[in-house]
Design a protein around this ligand. Sequence first.
Ligand code: SF4
Ligand code: ZN
Length: 308
Amino acid sequence: MKCARCGGSGFYTRQYSGETLCKSCFTQSIVEKARRTISRYRMIRPGEKVAVAVSGGKDSLSLLKVLTELYAGRRNPLVAISIDEGVAGYRDEAIEHAGRLTRELGVQHVTLSYKELFGFSLDEALDWKEERDVSSCSFCGVFRRRAIDEAASRVQASLVATAHNLDDYVQTFMLNLMHGDVARLGWLDPAYADDSFPVRRVKPFMEIYEAEVALFAYQTGVPFQSVSCPYMHEGLRSEVRDYLNLLESNHPGIKNVMFRSSLDVVSHYARAPEKGTVPCSRCGKPSSAGLCSVCRMKVAVEEHTRLL
Ligand code: SF4
Ligand code: ZN
């Protein structure tokens, strides 16, 4: 098959559109797709400093590459921020990859660790977590969101770009339904802005399949990690991910249809719930009950550690 854009030798066919592309047009199409998403949802305004959340995995390194291509030499300065959760043998390699790519691209790179911010690493905290009915990723996610906000504030960025892709979006939509968290669907609206937090979150890859991001990474020489987080297979998300992948292989394009439907639901029918406005009594960040979720978990981990 020939490339639909340049007539060169076809290498990839997009199942949901039927479009066949050569290697170079495919790579360019990912940059273009991200550019269109940014512009469609007005994610990045002229002059804003963008913090790119770079975990060091293939998705976030690809995002950094794409944003560097779109913004290098323009008025929007970029800075890469990495969070070291403290997972022995896993995050060190990722942060090394991130360091190498940021040096290559000439992008400032700032790393912040859970240990430095909260006083414990994820490995240490999970000893406490084991007694609770919460998955490691949900637990980790609460601290990670705070750490990303903190890192972005320290580098004075107006917004954080994360590498969440179309698959992540559909999974989160389904997980919210499965957990009965219908109210949270409103937060998935790309137009939703949470004024109680100093930095906005944007997802320039939200309209791109995870498999296409992986292909982009492979084609552009982004390093792949040799180990994955030992905690990632816990919880419902990995089951939902497997199920969606099975559906996609039996019905090519179905994830794209589900993404469009989810977007339609959140933008027309869901309303984001009010975020807490009471300052947390420990850290001063917005909370709904006087103690924010980060401090609530932090207090419990500290108490548990004291009792050991
Ligand atoms: Fe944290 Fe889960 Fe990511 Fe591991 S996979 S770093 S536990 S969010
Ligand atoms: Zn707090």
